[in-house]
Write a protein that binds this ligand. Structure first.
Ligand SMILES: [Zn+2]
Length: 64
């Protein structure tokens, strides 16, 4: 599925950081910790939203 727009715990908007995080830390070579620090995602509740997210849209869509 797509990343939630807001952090489940504190409600901070984190959906806008996903594309850059994915490009740099998942597909790129950069350290996820450094990328999150640079994006200004300081709280660990918000950081886990990005670190633990997996895009499943392409996996699920053929079955709908
Ligand atoms: Zn949060």
């Amino acid at each position: 599925m797509m990343i939630p727009v807001r952090c489940f715990t504190c409600g901070t908007v984190i959906g806008n950081e996903w594309e850059e995080f994915k490009e740099r830390a998942r597909e790129g070579e950069e350290d996820p910790e450094a990328v999150l620090d640079e994006l200004g995602v300081d709280r660990h509740c918000c950081r886990r939203m990005l670190v633990s997210h997996e895009d499943l849209v392409d996996v699920v869509s053929p079955y709908q």
